[in-house]
Design a protein around this ligand. Structure first.
Ligand code: GUN
Ligand code: ZN
Length: 426
């Protein structure tokens, strides 16, 4: 048994549909008891020290013990091209992304970037990510091998594209199906790894490929499916040209069996009322990528309207269309986007999105994302005074969220004092 001491922060419910004060569990002098990679107990430090007198103790002082952050949509192969200047989506893909992704047929390069990606994100407090790989099966192997070696809960899939991409980066309907199936059978459920069926987006898949991947998903409803939806106006117009028979962008996926519970729809910014209704009815998760949506100039996600309508929503960096590896910076961007829409988010809602909310969007809401008995012990210690600028503001705080908000708005990897993966400090 290992006891971590600090301020504990976790949620018992959803602060979008309840008063944050009613669903936040905060212990000023708290403790988390960890054993065998899982959380055994959470409570006041005094009580847990009495309950487990022989336990090893690590005291994180005033740091906030929180579930590790969950990044619900990333492209680990874009690690090295993050913050590439001056393009909108379609040009950004062609100019920066595709040439970089073309390198991932080399297993050594894929392994190098996978290791770099996890180094950067663990330092930023992210303990689970859902990643697109590239079209190369080697890129999936590299990601999962690295995640497994580090004991991480991680999700990923081979990106499938058979049209409208450079020849070096295309598969076919059949090879996408075969390779995805083989990778799924190889990796899904191994340790804490999960395969995700990953058509990149409607413009880069033929009807035959979408159909093949829809069939694979029907054979394996236990896995998630991820793609991109309604990110930019030019992209939406292109989809309408490519699929004139579809009612709208959402309907393209729907027609091929790629809409349902367990679908992770990246971006989902420019949706018609019909699409919103259909996404809700189908039970898809929408993934908000705020630093990407501002960086590539995509638009302002309607968090307030979609939450009120009852959608399941996760939060993500969208590395490297997103401009940061940090979920703190991502929460800040989500706050700013919501402000621009006139519907500010409460700090509790931001923290929930980055932990329990994203976990729920990934159908992992009973496994990760909360500090509660039985949950996996992916835990971070967050220093709420990690820079002089943050420290002087937090010093004035009279309440929990006033103390946390400066770190949300101004924090980065320097705020992450410790990261535990399956109970082990990394
Ligand atoms: N749409 C299709 N592919 C991508 C990608 O790699 N990044 C982003 N932001 N949008 C996409
Ligand atoms: Zn993406």
């Amino acid at each position: 048994m290992h006891l971590l001491l600090g301020q504990t922060l976790t949620f018992t419910g959803d602060p979008f549909h309840a008063d944050p004060a009613a669903v936040v569990q905060h212990e000023r002098r708290g403790a988390v008891a960890v054993e065998g990679g899982r959380i055994a107990a959470v409570g006041p430090s005094d009580e847990l020290r009495k309950a487990y007198p022989g336990a090893a103790v690590t005291d994180h002082g005033n740091a906030l013990l929180s579930p590790g952050f969950i990044d619900a949509h990333v492209h680990y192969p874009q690690t090295a091209i993050i913050a590439s200047w001056g393009k909108r989506l379609i040009d950004w893909l062609g100019h920066y992304t595709f040439p970089e992704e073309a390198r991932f047929g080399d297993p050594d390069y894929a392994a190098e970037i996978a290791a770099r990606y996890f180094d950067l994100t663990l330092a930023a407090g992210t303990t689970t990510a859902v990643s697109f790989a590239t079209i190369h099966p080697e890129s999936v192997d590299a990601f999962f091998a690295e995640a497994r070696a580090r004991g991480l809960r991680a999700l990923a899939g081979k990106t499938c594209m058979d049209v409208n991409a450079p020849e070096t980066l295309t598969d076919t309907a059949q090879s996408a199906y075969d390779a995805s199936k083989r990778l799924l059978e190889t990796w899904h459920g191994v340790d804490r790894l999960a395969y995700v069926i990953s058509p990149r987006f409607a413009p880069t898949s033929s009807r035959a490929q979408l159909e093949a991947l829809g069939a694979l998903w029907a054979e394996h409803p236990e896995v998630l499916m991820q793609t991109h939806l309604a990110e930019q106006h030019e992209e939406i117009a292109w989809v309408a040209e490519l699929f004139p028979e579809a009612r709208d962008y959402t309907d393209v996926y729907d027609r091929f069996g790629l809409l349902g519970e367990g679908a992770l729809m990246g971006h989902a910014i420019h949706l018609s009322p019909r699409e919103r209704d259909r996404l809700k009815e189908a039970g898809a998760s929408l993934i908000h990528c705020p630093t990407s949506n501002t960086f590539i100039g995509s638009g302002l996600f309607d968090m307030d309207g979609l939450m009120q309508a009852g959608h399941r929503i996760g939060l993500a960096t969208d590395t490297g269309g997103g401009s940061s590896f940090s979920m703190l910076r991502t929460m800040a961007a989500a706050y700013e986007v919501a402000q621009l829409r006139g519907t500010p988010l409460h700090p509790a809602q931001l923290w929930w999105l980055a932990t329990a909310g994203s976990a729920r969007a990934l159908r992992l809401g009973e496994t990760i994302g909360r500090l509660a008995p039985g949950f996996e012990a992916d835990i971070i210690a967050v220093d709420l005074a990690s820079t002089p600028a943050i420290a002087q503001r937090a010093d004035r705080a009279e309440a929990l969220w006033e103390a946390v908000f400066p770190t949300i708005m101004m924090g980065d990897d320097r705020a992450i004092a410790a990261t535990y993966v399956g109970g082990q400090r990394v």
